[in-house]
Design a protein. Structure first.
Length: 335
């Protein structure tokens, strides 16, 4: 069985299968139980990741917060990754970092985020600040020892203060480092910006030349010294499924992967019929196999990033809180 699985990417990792729910497929007016059942079906079918369409995408008007919904889904599933949409034009770095860190802990390392909106500069700054906040503490720095009244190891604390064009943030984050270090970052292929820090790109077009592969791996195969070329992100090709269209066959999956040079497929589900088709398609997914991976990064073949090096703190002023004048005391009050 394993010999028939297509191996893609520079590290020959099996392709990923992800599902994005949008439109009528996420209509919560019929009750959240239906969404939880859908997530459980996809999890049992072996789908690697579940994405929620952002507001306005696929005519989606979600009645439930995707981050809160993902936390609920985490308790009803065991393996599937949970990808939360983040709006760079609206969301604040501290809130994003705390929500995703909490979800990563609650799910046992299955959280991820999909960044949309905002300007290119604001997106880059948001990613930089959020990842710095996740690295507020070294791995294992939170000891929570009641006997010694020790909450954390001081030498493991990093205090990431930031002052930039769009955000001013004082660290540290009051959550221990996520199990994945940094939950994987997903972006659309149309994002015309530096891909540093991005783990997955969705779309048929990937900025930059993908043919070069991973610099270190390519150099190793030639026997030369590794180059500093950064690892290229995974690429998922989108495939729409829904009413009126049959579930993709194994041959269709292989063709989509080959034509796009992709590392995975993202099924776009916009209606309940599409959800049924996604479950059927997952059963015939050529990359399906029993996996011992416990985190989403492991399922996708992504390395766990080490904590970032400490950097000098910028001059971030603390907010000045005016003090209330002390009440005066008179001889009459003293009586």
């Amino acid at each position: 069985m394993d010999a028939e699985r297509p191996q893609v990417g520079a590290d020959a990792h099996p392709p990923a299968l992800a599902v994005r729910l949008g439109g009528r497929a996420v209509d919560a007016s019929r009750g959240a139980d239906r969404l939880l059942e859908a997530a459980a079906r996809l999890d049992a079918a072996g789908v690697d990741a579940l994405l929620w369409a952002a507001p306005g995408e696929d005519d989606t008007t979600p009645a439930l917060d995707p981050a809160l919904l993902s936390a609920t889904v985490a308790a009803a599933t065991a393996r599937i990754g949970l990808v939360v949409p983040v709006d760079a034009g609206r969301d604040a770095p501290f809130t994003v970092a705390r929500r995703l860190a909490a979800l990563d802990h609650l799910s046992g390392g299955r959280a991820a985020w999909r960044l949309r909106g905002g300007t290119a500069g604001r997106r880059r700054e948001l990613v930089d600040v959020v990842t710095a906040l996740w690295d507020s503490f070294d791995d294992g720095a939170m000891v929570r020892d009641r006997e010694t009244a020790r909450y954390y190891r001081p030498e493991g604390l990093r205090t990431p203060h930031h002052r930039g064009p769009d955000f001013t943030v004082r660290g540290p984050l009051n959550v221990s480092r996520p199990p994945q270090g940094h939950p994987p970052l997903v972006v659309d292929g149309s994002v015309p910006e530096d891909l540093a820090g991005v783990d997955v790109v969705v779309g048929r077009e990937l900025p930059g030349d993908r043919s070069a592969g991973d610099g270190a791996d390519a150099a190793g195969r030639r026997g030369a010294a590794p180059s500093p070329t950064p690892r290229l992100p995974r690429r998922w090709v989108p495939v729409a499924v829904g009413a009126g269209s049959p579930p993709p066959s194994p041959a269709a999956f292989r063709r989509a992967l080959a034509e796009a040079g992709a590392d995975g497929v993202l099924l776009l589900v916009r209606d309940p019929e599409g959800l049924d088709a996604a479950v059927v398609a997952a059963a015939s997914w050529p990359g399906a196999a029993e996996s011992r991976a416990t985190t989403l990064r492991q399922r996708l073949g992504l390395p766990r990033p080490p904590a970032r090096a400490r950097r000098p703190a910028p001059d971030v002023e603390r907010p000045v809180v005016p003090r209330r004048p002390a009440p005066s005391t008179t001889a009459e009050d003293a009586r």
